[in-house]
Write a protein that binds this ligand. Structure first.
Ligand SMILES: [Zn+2]
Length: 229
């Protein structure tokens, strides 16, 4: 049964669902509501698609308990994520796209290119480990390095952190971050995480202070720095 599905290219909507489940739930399970929000479709359409995906052996799904990816579902999701992140890297480095523009274009191209193209692209780019937003690029065999970053909103006051990645799907947020040079690799001091409204105040490497509203701070992922106490 899995031979039947693995050789046939999957449709754009099937691919988008598998990626959504992967990004909402990882190896856990995603609720119908979370998927409906993520994909901007009604819970009823999510449920009927999940039944289809179960028939295709891509998800384990029980109504009211949510859906989790099977091994072949997870393989398909990671294949698309690999294409997406390599395409983003290519567009930024070689076609003059901005940091903010690459995601939407990659969303389209990831469904159009073949595995052969993807591997040639990886070769051409020198097998990058991370995409322009800092997200790790899954390997061709579907393995993905473990991530230990957390949203800036969860950083402790007084801590020193380094930006590891930023959410890639909101151009307004990316614009705002790019303008302030808050990009992967930058070192930050966390001056305050205000419990009342979630505003995070940080100081960048050049001593400039930025107050980030909660949704912005939630889009910036950081890692603690062990090199600086
Ligand atoms: Zn993207």
């Amino acid at each position: 049964m899995s031979d039947l599905v693995s050789n046939k290219p999957i449709s754009t909507s099937v691919g988008d669902y598998l990626k959504a489940i992967w990004s909402v739930a990882g190896t856990g399970s995603a609720s119908t509501n979370a998927l409906s929000e993520r994909l901007s479709v009604s819970p009823a359409s999510v449920s009927s698609m999940l039944v289809r995906l179960r028939q295709m052996d891509f998800v384990d799904y029980e109504p009211y308990y949510g859906a989790s990816l099977t091994e072949s579902g997870s393989r398909e999701a990671l294949r698309l994520v690999r294409r997406h992140r390599l395409v983003e890297t290519f567009l930024l480095q070689h076609l003059g796209y901005s940091w903010q523009e690459v995601h939407d274009e990659a969303e389209r191209l990831e469904h159009a290119v073949s595995d052969g193209f993807t591997e040639r692209l990886a070769e051409f780019l020198g097998h990058p480990q991370r995409d322009p937003h800092g997200d790790p690029i899954p390997a061709a065999d579907g393995t993905l390095a473990a991530e230990n970053s957390f949203p800036l909103t969860e950083a402790g006051t007084g801590g020193r952190v380094r930006i590891s990645k930023v959410r890639d799907d909101d151009a307004t947020i990316l614009d705002h971050l790019a303008d302030r040079d808050l990009v992967p690799g930058r070192l930050l001091s966390v001056l305050e995480v205000r419990a009342l409204d979630g505003v995070v105040t940080i100081e960048d490497e050049r001593g400039k202070t930025h107050a980030l509203g909660e949704s912005l701070a939630r889009s910036v992922f950081v890692r603690g720095t062990s090199d600086i106490a």
